[in-house]
Ligand binder design. Sequence first.
Ligand code: PLP
Length: 385
Amino acid sequence: MQLIDHYAEQLESLKQQGNLRRFTQYHQQGRQIEIAGHEMLNLASNDYLGLAASEKLREAFFDLTPISERVMSSSSSRLLTGNFPAYERFEHCLSEAFHGRAALLFNSGYHMNIGILPALSDARTMILADKLVHASIIDGIRLSSAKYVRYRHNDMSHLRQLLERYQDDCNFDRIVVVTESIFSMDGDEADLKQLVLLKQQHSKVMLYVDEAHAIGVRGVTGLGCAEQYDVIDDIDFLVGTFGKALASVGGYLICHPVIRDYLINQMRPLIFSTAQPPLCMAWTEFVFKQVQQLQQPRLHLQQISRYLQAQLKAKAYACPSSSHIVPVIIGDSQAAVERAQQLQQQGFYVMPVRPPTVPQHSSRLRISLNSMIHHQDLEQLLEYL
Ligand SMILES: *Cc1c(COP(=O)(O)O)cnc(C)c1O
């Protein structure tokens, strides 16, 4: 048997289970996506405020940015010669928005989550993570030398039990509680107020919250659920990504200045990877400033999200969502793939999500709304569901 046959067999078995992944070729314009000549409304994008799709915004940015500032590579890590002024400027801007706390930038949200947790942890660290945290957080935990336990999804009484056990366990000096604010697959939310309360009741606890799906979308100025629930100052590690509503790429951490200095010394993906091009930094800062003003699209997104959630419930679908990420849970993988294909034929680009991304038997259509979508679009979609 050839060595390659092993991998071919694995692929074949994924295919049999309806779980084979592959790239698709498409063309995107505004809220539309075209695949093989077939135009659909894009209901799978993370461009929640329609900013990545906006040519006007790009034009405005390039008009403001002289060629001398359109630097396409930083040519090294920020600790060598990659620390361009664009980085420092944007971190300062973030810091001002987030109540003067320290800000640190990363090449991606994935880098951020696989880098921070291992840097923070040693064998005397306990990580308590929500059962449904993103794969990048799981990978961060695996790379760390911490002990870890997953608590039942959003189950604060389970978390409290674990906290009580490990607070008094002399094997541990610190406990890091890790959650997302809006969860990427169920579209539901962590109870940030309750988490902050639990942290205040347990002296060993530090709180790590990933706002990947909430930055830009929640809070009066788009700073995320932490702004919405007024807990910006109470979360030790407030992280997020610019790859979604912020129409760019990269990750950020809002933290204590000591943590920032510590990570610059300890965090491997920050130290050993070429920093993003300064041009990207300038663009992300430009978009971030715009996003703070976008109350109207945020409100619209909230309104259409609530409408879709309510209508799905009325049709007796299980709908855990309280956000713009609205899963329609089907169960069987093959059935989810077929339902997605039907909707696509009807002009709605909806993607099926299958294990291992979600738990076994919870395959789903993942509808991810954005502010370019109208009420009428959803009325039509609901007719087909
Ligand atoms: C998308 C996502 C990430 C990864 O961010 P990238 O910038 O795309 O690497 C991390 N955490 C969560 C919860 C996400 O949804």
